[in-house]
Design a protein around this ligand. Structure first.
Ligand SMILES: [Mn+2]
Length: 187
């Protein structure tokens, strides 16, 4: 079975991938790790933006098929939209095991999108919109090892901006997330 992995860069890379994967798998679900809800209908007038990418995915998939974790930033309207239309888990990975068990039981195809800014800026400062209060590398690794049990048909890692981190620690962290993700999925 083919498996596509995208690396970013702008989180908007997810939209093109999800459009294509949803065409092949109409019952697609998305698991989304991010500091930001990315549920704005537009950002400064633009419908296609990193701040709107999950809202555009919702346009394709509809209610109840997007599962969001670690969200700690967004407008009030985005949190309201998330609570009404997505499976919305702010601040942490609480609820991920139950979510994975359900998706595994239903054996639905899943697209995994990991915004690396879900990590705390202390271990991942090299990103466009850092947000304090994020998860540790080991918490993210544990989440990846939990998610691997679902039927992942595509994935992306995004929002590494190496030029914003002269120390190089963000690139090192991103490379290790990539390595662990590939080993976890095992393809
Ligand atoms: Mn983000």
């Amino acid at each position: 079975m083919s498996f596509h992995l995208l690396l970013g860069g702008e989180h908007l890379v997810t939209l093109g991938a999800v459009r294509a994967v949803a065409e092949k798998y109409p019952d697609l679900h998305i698991i989304h790790f991010d500091a930001h809800a990315d549920l704005r209908d537009d950002y400064l007038g633009a419908k296609l933006s990193h701040a709107c990418v999950i809202r555009r995915c919702h346009d394709i998939l509809g209610d109840g098929r997007i599962h969001q974790f670690c969200i700690r930033s967004g407008e009030k309207s985005e949190f309201a939209f998330g609570r009404a239309h997505t499976d919305f888990h702010p601040l942490s990975f609480d609820g991920l095991s139950d979510c994975v068990a359900r998706l595994k039981k239903e054996n639905v195809p899943v697209y995994l999108t990991i915004d690396l800014d879900s990590l705390d800026p202390s271990c991942f400062p090299g990103t466009g919109t850092p947000e304090a209060g994020g998860v540790t590398f080991l918490q993210l690794l544990d989440a990846i090892l939990t998610v691997k049990d679902v039927n992942i048909v595509g994935a992306d890692l995004n929002e590494l901006a190496p030029m914003l981190d002269p120390s190089g620690v963000s690139t090192a962290a991103a490379c290790k997330v990539l390595r662990e993700l590939l080993l976890a999925i095992g393809r």
